[in-house]
Design a protein around this ligand. Structure first.
Ligand code: XCC
Ligand code: SF4
Length: 635
């Protein structure tokens, strides 16, 4: 029997990104299926969607009744609260593992750079190295860079492997927040330890008290935000340079018909950094020229691109939902990937358009795809070969090429150091200008709008509408991840966007010359938001703990387990977090009440979920106003 044909949705219902829409239309004409259409064909399992199913042992899987969740228990007697808490905990463990494994790879690279095993990279930001070493009480005075770096390596390794005691980065947490964690017994040890315990406690027949499971969920997530992710960001800055604001071109219009177009997609900066070195090699440039190309056009996508673009001014082609679509242009001469958010189907789409698709990390192979391993000690062997493959493909381009014209220029690369410099450099009345502008109400509060795109919600739409509404209401927006790309494409990351901001925020933006939407980088760089928030507490006038800040976070179109880990480390740190369209919890359960209310009563942040971006904004602004009135600055 033939498979039932998929009923295709109108392209304008799938995305607001013009270039992606153009490519969806082209793919349909070409007979190439994209994930947008599969998302329509595969309806989510209603029980799984609410996380009301347990498959932790072979007495099950046990499905609960989502309409009446306390009707029954699993074969072992597990209640709905135990089941939902365990599933949530395992998502946090998986997300934390992803950020931590990435961070640990960065740390290993750092070690090999220090001991001279890796020669293609060096320490680009020694100042940051010294700063971080000092913040962790490592003596720096009168010492060689290499000695301090080795001490820093050993100290930071504890972030991952420490079995007892508090992580080094706890020194950066505002005191009152740390006190809360100590009282609750959730100050994280090394991420490996926390992930192990999370997996153990959520196995059949172990922790069956959802409130107790929640403690380990928080501890694991904190080992991500204040551990694995934070170290990853810091080491990337030390090795490749701390980003500073730079104008970047974004969207598929950055592709060039007459150049060798290479897309780098994934998460670790090393692949793209090595590609940059290979592409700058005079011999390779010559080969591209000989092949008739005007040059090599390296373009980033997703977090790989975000991590590297503001260090080099590299163009970016789009976010997660556009990675298949970009191949449909036919203009991509190679797509190379490392880890995370790489759809398996990219291989099939790449094949259709004769684009070499190359995996490079031993952790992430894709069946049938060419694998050229990237050896950190000799990375150019891999990246040279990728570029040669791309040049060969350029020379033999077979299919017609259609490059959408749209591209947008914006400013990106606001590290917390830069925000500090821009808004906090000079002191007035004892407070930094950022704090002062929040206290005097020009800036109502700060929002982190971050995270993925997802074919189950109209691509980019919620990100853009939410951010517009926030800045209109004088909320300064900090961004990372695929969300940052959505706003960049919509033109909100340039200083002109101040015109869309409320009077107070617009005034601050115009004085400083900054956009009302600040792009901080990749998803591991959410740690920059944690640090910025900690600085806001430490410089005074806005309460004593992170939970006191007039701040909120949102991932309007999230999809990855990593997003759940990030959301929860913000909540455990004291921030109010709204997720868009869905959250993997069963409605009407005590676990849901703990997420939505109970955690806040205990002094943490809390979770919420909303469908409509205006509703997300309303919730966030209401929370910001509540915090302002608690601080007595609600005039
Ligand atoms: Fe992936 Fe990082 Fe999500 Fe984008 S935001 S879809 S996790 S690429 Ni990180
Ligand atoms: Fe069912 Fe309990 Fe086994 Fe889960 S652990 S599958 S609820 S019997």
């Amino acid at each position: 029997m033939a498979a039932k044909p998929i009923k295709l949705l109108n392209v304008e219902d799938l995305t607001i990104c013009e270039t992606t829409a153009e490519m969806i239309t082209k793919a349909r004409a070409d007979g190439v299926e994209l994930f947008f259409d599969r998302a329509t064909a595969i309806k989510p399992c209603p029980i799984g969607e609410q996380s009301a199913c347990c498959k932790h042992c072979s007495m099950g899987p046990c499905r609960m009744n989502t309409k009446s969740p306390y009707d029954r228990v699993g074969v072992c007697g597990a209640t709905i609260d135990t089941i939902v808490a365990r599933n949530f905990g395992r998502m946090v463990a998986a997300g934390t593992a992803a950020h931590t494994d990435h961070g640990m790879a960065m740390l290993e690279l750092f070690r090999d750079v220090i001991n001279g095993k890796v020669k293609d990279f060096s320490i680009k930001d020694p100042l940051k190295l010294f700063e971080i070493a000092e913040s962790l009480d490592i003596v720096t005075e009168g010492r060689e860079l290499k000695d301090v770096a080795l001490d820093l390596y050993r100290e930071l390794e504890r972030t991952y492997v420490q079995v007892e005691g508090e992580l080094p980065m706890m020194k950066r947490v505002p005191e009152k927040t740390l006190e809360l964690w100590r009282k609750a017994g959730i100050v994280p040890r090394g991420a490996m330890r926390e992930i192990m315990e999370m997996m153990h406690r959520t196995a059949m027949g172990v922790d069956q008290d959802y409130e107790n499971i929640m403690l380990q969920i928080s501890r694991t997530a904190l080992a991500d935000g204040w551990g694995g992710s934070m170290v990853s960001t810091d080491i990337s800055d030390i090795l490749f340079g701390t980003p500073a604001p730079l104008e970047i071109e974004i969207d598929m219009g950055v592709l060039k018909k007459d150049k060798v177009n290479i897309i780098v997609h994934g998460h670790e900066p090393i692949l793209l950094e090595a590609m940059l070195l290979s592409a700058a090699d005079p011999e390779i440039k010559e080969m591209a020229k000989d092949a008739g190309a005007k040059g090599i056009n390296l373009v980033g996508m997703c977090c790989s691109g975000l991590d590297v673009m503001s260090r080099h001014g590299l163009p970016h082609a789009g976010n997660f939902s556009s990675t298949e679509a970009v191949l449909v242009t036919g203009a991509i001469d190679a797509m190379t990937v490392d880890i995370q958010c790489i759809k398996q189907d990219l291989k099939r789409v790449a094949d259709f358009y004769d684009t070499p698709f190359i995996t490079t990390n031993y952790r992430a192979k894709i069946e049938g795809a060419l694998h050229i391993p990237l050896d950190e000690q000799n990375p150019l062997v891999c990246t040279d070969e990728i570029i040669l493959k791309a040049i060969a493909r350029f020379q033999t381009r077979k299919k017609p090429i259609q490059i959408p014209r749209k591209k947008t220029t914006g400013v990106h690369g606001f590290s917390y150091e830069y925000i500090n410099y821009m808004l906090g450099g000079s002191f007035r009345g004892g407070y930094t200008p950022l704090n002062e502008n929040i206290i005097n109400g020009r800036i109502r509060g700060v929002a982190g709008v971050v995270g993925c795109t997802n074919p189950r919600s109209k691509h980019d739409y919620s990100h853009v509408e939410l951010v517009k509404e926030l800045i209109k209401n004088d909320v300064l927006v900090l961004q990372t991840g695929c969300s940052q790309m959505a706003l960049a494409k919509a033109g909100l990351t340039g200083p002109d966007a101040a015109a869309l901001a409320g009077d107070g925020l617009a005034e601050v933006c115009e004085t400083v010359g900054m956009p009302p939407v600040l792009g901080l980088g990749a998803c591991v760089d959410n740690s920059r938001i944690l640090i910025a928030a900690s600085e806001m507490v430490k410089t005074g006038g806005l309460g004593e703990s992170l939970a006191d800040l007039p701040a909120a976070g949102c991932a309007p179109e999230w999809m990855s387990e990593k997003a759940i880990a990030i959301g929860h480390y913000f909540v455990a740190s004291g921030i109010y977090v709204v997720f868009g369209h869905t959250l993997p919890v069963t409605g009407g359960t005590r676990f849901e009440k703990l997420l939505f209310e109970g955690l806040e009563d205990l002094g943490f942040g809390k979770w919420a979920v909303a469908d409509d971006p205006l509703e997300m904004a309303r919730l966030m602004i209401a929370h910001i106003d509540k915090k302002r009135s608690q601080l007595g600055i609600d005039k």
